[in-house]
Design a protein around this ligand. Sequence first.
Ligand SMILES: [Zn+2]
Length: 108
Amino acid sequence: MADLSKRRAALEARLQELKARLLQIDEELDSHSSKDWEELAVEREEDEVLEGMGLSAQAEIRMIKAALRRMDEDEYGYCVDCGDKITEERLDILPYTPFCQVCAAKHA
Ligand SMILES: [Zn+2]
Protein backbone atom coordinates (compact mmCIF):
# COMPACT_ATOMS: atom_id res chain seq x y z
CA MET A 1 0.00 0.00 0.00
CA ALA A 2 1.67 3.16 -1.23
CA ASP A 3 0.26 5.63 1.25
CA LEU A 4 0.51 3.56 4.41
CA SER A 5 2.70 6.15 6.11
CA LYS A 6 0.12 8.78 5.30
CA ARG A 7 -2.59 6.61 6.83
CA ARG A 8 -0.46 6.00 9.90
CA ALA A 9 0.14 9.73 10.33
CA ALA A 10 -3.58 10.40 10.03
CA LEU A 11 -4.42 7.72 12.59
CA GLU A 12 -1.79 8.99 15.00
CA ALA A 13 -3.07 12.55 14.66
CA ARG A 14 -6.59 11.34 15.36
CA LEU A 15 -5.34 9.38 18.37
CA GLN A 16 -3.75 12.52 19.84
CA GLU A 17 -6.95 14.44 19.22
CA LEU A 18 -9.03 11.82 21.02
CA LYS A 19 -6.63 11.66 23.97
CA ALA A 20 -6.81 15.44 24.30
CA ARG A 21 -10.59 15.23 24.24
CA LEU A 22 -10.64 12.57 26.95
CA LEU A 23 -8.46 14.78 29.14
CA GLN A 24 -10.87 17.66 28.61
CA ILE A 25 -13.82 15.45 29.50
CA ASP A 26 -12.08 14.26 32.66
CA GLU A 27 -11.33 17.83 33.70
CA GLU A 28 -14.90 18.84 33.03
CA LEU A 29 -16.21 15.95 35.11
CA ASP A 30 -13.77 16.78 37.91
CA SER A 31 -14.84 20.41 37.93
CA HIS A 32 -18.43 19.37 38.66
CA SER A 33 -18.21 19.48 42.39
CA SER A 34 -20.53 22.31 43.32
CA LYS A 35 -22.87 21.67 46.22
CA ASP A 36 -26.05 23.39 45.08
CA TRP A 37 -28.77 20.79 44.67
CA GLU A 38 -30.30 22.17 41.46
CA GLU A 39 -26.95 22.71 39.88
CA LEU A 40 -26.03 19.18 40.73
CA ALA A 41 -29.07 17.85 38.90
CA VAL A 42 -28.11 19.75 35.77
CA GLU A 43 -24.53 18.70 36.08
CA ARG A 44 -25.51 15.09 36.49
CA GLU A 45 -27.23 15.24 33.10
CA GLU A 46 -24.19 16.89 31.59
CA ASP A 47 -22.02 14.23 33.16
CA GLU A 48 -23.98 11.51 31.42
CA VAL A 49 -23.47 13.21 28.07
CA LEU A 50 -19.79 13.69 28.81
CA GLU A 51 -19.39 10.09 29.89
CA GLY A 52 -21.07 8.94 26.70
CA MET A 53 -18.64 11.04 24.68
CA GLY A 54 -15.79 9.65 26.73
CA LEU A 55 -16.86 6.08 26.08
CA SER A 56 -17.11 6.57 22.33
CA ALA A 57 -13.72 8.29 22.29
CA GLN A 58 -12.25 5.36 24.23
CA ALA A 59 -13.78 2.89 21.81
CA GLU A 60 -12.30 4.77 18.86
CA ILE A 61 -8.90 4.93 20.58
CA ARG A 62 -8.96 1.14 20.96
CA MET A 63 -9.81 0.71 17.26
CA ILE A 64 -7.03 3.08 16.21
CA LYS A 65 -4.44 1.40 18.43
CA ALA A 66 -5.44 -1.97 16.99
CA ALA A 67 -5.10 -0.56 13.48
CA LEU A 68 -1.63 0.82 14.27
CA ARG A 69 -0.67 -2.61 15.60
CA ARG A 70 -1.87 -4.22 12.38
CA MET A 71 0.31 -1.76 10.47
CA ASP A 72 3.31 -2.89 12.51
CA GLU A 73 2.48 -6.48 11.66
CA ASP A 74 1.92 -5.76 7.97
CA GLU A 75 -1.67 -6.84 8.25
CA TYR A 76 -3.24 -3.45 7.90
CA GLY A 77 -5.78 -3.17 5.11
CA TYR A 78 -6.80 -6.81 5.31
CA CYS A 79 -10.00 -7.96 6.94
CA VAL A 80 -9.28 -9.66 10.30
CA ASP A 81 -12.26 -11.90 9.69
CA CYS A 82 -11.98 -13.24 6.14
CA GLY A 83 -8.52 -11.96 5.17
CA ASP A 84 -9.77 -10.15 2.09
CA LYS A 85 -8.26 -6.84 1.12
CA ILE A 86 -10.28 -3.88 2.43
CA THR A 87 -10.95 -1.38 -0.35
CA GLU A 88 -9.10 1.93 -0.33
CA GLU A 89 -12.44 3.72 -0.52
CA ARG A 90 -13.54 2.05 2.69
CA LEU A 91 -10.24 2.85 4.42
CA ASP A 92 -10.60 6.46 3.35
CA ILE A 93 -13.84 6.66 5.31
CA LEU A 94 -12.93 4.32 8.19
CA PRO A 95 -9.14 4.15 8.37
CA TYR A 96 -9.19 2.03 11.54
CA THR A 97 -11.74 -0.55 10.44
CA PRO A 98 -10.63 -4.15 10.95
CA PHE A 99 -13.33 -5.53 8.63
CA CYS A 100 -14.10 -5.55 4.93
CA GLN A 101 -17.51 -4.33 3.91
CA VAL A 102 -19.03 -7.82 3.78
CA CYS A 103 -17.82 -8.80 7.25
CA ALA A 104 -18.69 -5.40 8.75
CA ALA A 105 -22.25 -5.99 7.59
CA LYS A 106 -22.21 -9.39 9.29
CA HIS A 107 -20.98 -7.88 12.55
CA ALA A 108 -23.39 -4.96 12.51
ZN1 LIG B 1 -14.03 -9.74 5.60
